[in-house]
Design a protein around this ligand. Structure first.
Ligand code: 5GP
Length: 209
């Protein structure tokens, strides 16, 4: 089996329920979740180092310049990015890492890490998305409108993703994602050492008779 962990990107519309499903993946299945850097202001109840590392625009630009981010993007007036060091450390420890990030960042990850898995999460319908965002009550009307418009833009990238998962039920969705990741890890690309051993064994087997 593979020793190095793999990166799974979970993207999807704001309001698709990514946060809840990802929390379940961490708690129940032991995945490591990368905490992003952002220039967005904390929402009520959000904590530094738990939800995000909150940065000024200047601090964020310094991180970009110092190659400290695995990927980054601008999303509805703010910058968001994945700290490179944390992800590399977990992968080296053999732990699978989840990135809950938007689509531009997802595509950057795929071009840097060819063996990463890109999942796109959607709610059961577009109407349901609107209801969830409005009922969440964490954003004003203008921000909700921008986020819904952004959903219309993000869906264009869906064909670049490896999987589409529908979030109707949290437990079921988390299990589906866990199964996808575990199957990905069985691919030969993640098991090249084992593959080499088996190849050598079979290539030499006839010589031993
Ligand atoms: P929110 O402001 O609702 O917490 O996040 C807005 C969007 O930014 C979500 O789609 C979220 O997945 C995405 N996001 C969060 N962290 C990152 C990151 O590190 N990189 C990128 N590219 N997107 C991120």
């Amino acid at each position: 089996m593979s020793k190095r962990g793999i990166v799974t990107v979970i993207s999807g519309f704001s309001g698709a329920g990514k946060g809840t499903v990802v929390a379940k993946l961490v708690e129940k299945y032991g995945y490591a979740l990368s905490i992003s850097d952002t220039t967005r202001k904390p929402r009520p109840g959000e904590q530094e180092g738990v939800h995000y590392f909150y940065k000024s625009v200047n601090e964020f630009k310094e991180l970009i310049a110092g190659n400290g981010l695995l990927e980054w993007a601008r999303y509805v007036d703010n910058y968001y990015g994945t700290p490179r060091e944390y992800v590399e450390k977990k992968l080296d420890e053999g732990i699978d890492v989840i990135l809950e990030i938007e689509v531009q960042g997802g595509l950057q990850v795929k071009s840097n890490l060819k063996d990463s898995v890109l999942l796109f999460m959607a709610p059961p319908s577009a109407e349901e998305l609107k209801n969830r965002l409005v009922n969440r009550g964490t954003e004003d009307k203008d921000t909700i409108r921008k986020r819904l418009e952004r959903a219309g833009e993000e869906i264009r990238y869906i064909n670049a993703y490896d999987y589409l998962v529908i979030n109707d039920d949290i437990e079921e969705c988390a299990l589906n994602i866990h199964n996808i990741i575990q199957n990905e890890k069985k691919k030969l690309i993640h098991n090249s050492e084992l593959c080499d051993v088996i190849k050598t064994d079979y290539m030499n087997i006839g010589k031993e008779i």
